[in-house]
Design a protein around this ligand. Structure first.
Ligand SMILES: NC(=O)c1ccc[n+]([C@@H]2O[C@H](COP(=O)([O-])OP(=O)(O)OC[C@H]3O[C@@H](n4cnc5c(N)ncnc54)[C@H](O)[C@@H]3O)[C@@H](O)[C@H]2O)c1
Length: 368
């Protein structure tokens, strides 16, 4: 039997309810639902009669090991900092915060209070994304030329953030996870169509220096088709990850375009390339609900005092990119992204042997 862990899910809305479902199904977890809205609490009581209910985090903070912060993004910093300051571990939904200063402050508070801070980059716990990273890193696609992502549909319009801060954290997290580096510069186009408050459609361009590759992220709350797709174009092969596919989430296309030999070129000057077409392979995936994998990992980290695979620093890196995107959009130009706290390396490259020194290492790097 594993150590019993007491977790509060703060925010029982669309996504928080999913955390409650997942956590309630895991062994040796006591779940508390915290929401300021009585209607939400009444629903939680009906759906999960075994869960404890509270109107505020303060009312239960003294009797918790961890919190999952699933409130709207603008309140993440305030809710998470209260938990971390009390030494309670926190898994904070994406985006970690809505400003770099708040994200840096959360990382610091966690460090000072010896508490774990994890960001809910759910796709980094998705078997398809992990497989795609394996494929990219194996070199099977050749040199990565560019990545294109589409996250479209009739979206859930948010009151406290635009479509970039709502949806692009997923794509920034996926692309940087695949390439093993954060973007060095960004530019963006965004537009408001419905209501006047927030952009509901956007294209974000990201440039990656080490990979010498580019990425285009298309996010929209206003599109007739639901699309969740990542296309990775290499100079040898190409891969498509379709998150909506039941049994063929990843397809690798042995397809490409080569520069024509001089002889071909002289015989057909209008077409200086030749095309390669070959097999399309759909890779096998042993799939488990990513949210369950992510939340189980949070519990494992609490029990083993281990550094999460998506620590607060990773959330901070993504917030830096989102902030640069805001500035690029406002200035209609290209903006450099402030350097990552762990020097552009993903956390799997910096985890040392012991969890304690891992925490120290990240803390020292933040202080630099
Ligand atoms: N990882 C993912 O795939 C994914 C998917 C959807 C949403 N999210 C994230 O989850 C978070 C919640 O999104 P949502 O769509 O569920 O929002 P929502 O508006 O549906 O729910 C938010 C809930 O939080 C409650 N709340 C707000 N402030 C509170 C506070 N201070 N204390 C207690 N309760 C409070 C509200 O009453 C509401 O019930 C966001 O950060 C969002 O970005 C993540």
């Amino acid at each position: 039997m594993s150590e019993r862990v007491k977790i509060a899910v703060v925010g029982y809305g669309y996504w928080g309810a999913k955390h409650v479902r997942v956590l309630s199904g895991l062994p040796d977890v006591e779940v508390t639902v915290v929401d300021q809205n009585e209607v939400c609490l009444a629903d939680a009581e009906k759906q999960f009669p075994a869960a404890r209910l509270a109107r505020s985090l303060e009312a239960v903070l003294g009797d918790l090991d961890g919190v999952v912060v699933a409130t709207p993004p603008g309140s993440h910093a305030q809710v998470a900092s209260r938990a971390l300051a009390a030494g309670v571990h926190a898994l904070v939904e994406k985006p970690l915060t809505t400003s770099v200063a708040d994200a840096e402050s959360l990382v610091e508070i966690a460090h000072d209070n010896d508490a774990l801070l994890m960001v809910g980059h759910t796709f980094e716990y998705n078997a398809a994304v992990r497989k795609l990273r394996e494929i990219v890193r194996s070199g099977a696609l050749g040199r990565i030329l560019y990545i294109h992502t589409s996250r479209l549909g009739l979206g859930r319009y948010q009151s406290d953030c635009d479509v970039i801060w709502d949806l692009a954290p997923h794509d920034i997290s996926i692309i940087s996870y695949l390439l093993g580096e954060m973007p060095t510069s960004v530019s963006a186009w965004a537009d408001r169509n419905v209501g006047s408050r927030h952009a509901d459609v956007a294209y974000v361009r990201m440039d990656f220096d080490r990979a010498d590759a580019h990425a285009i992220v298309h996010v929209s709350w206003l599109d007739p088709c639901k699309v969740r797709r990542v296309t990775v174009v290499g100079d040898q092969k190409m891969a498509v990850y379709d998150d909506l596919s039941d049994n063929e989430r990843i397809r690798v296309y042995d397809i490409g375009v080569d520069i024509a030999m001089m002889d071909d070129y002289t015989s057909s000057p209008s077409m200086p390339v030749t095309y390669r077409t070959g097999d399309i392979v759909s890779t096998y995936l042993s799939f488990e609900e990513p949210l369950k994998v992510q939340d189980s990992h949070f519990l494992d980290c609490i029990r083993g005092r281990a550094l999460p695979e998506s620590p607060g620093e990773r959330g901070l890196d993504v917030v830096r990119v989102l902030t640069a995107v805001d500035s690029a959009h406002a200035n209609n130009g290209r903006v450099r992204v402030a350097p990552s706290t762990h020097a552009g390396r993903l956390v799997d490259d910096v985890i040392p042997a012991t969890p304690d020194s891992a925490l120290r290492l990240v803390g020292e790097q933040v202080a630099q």
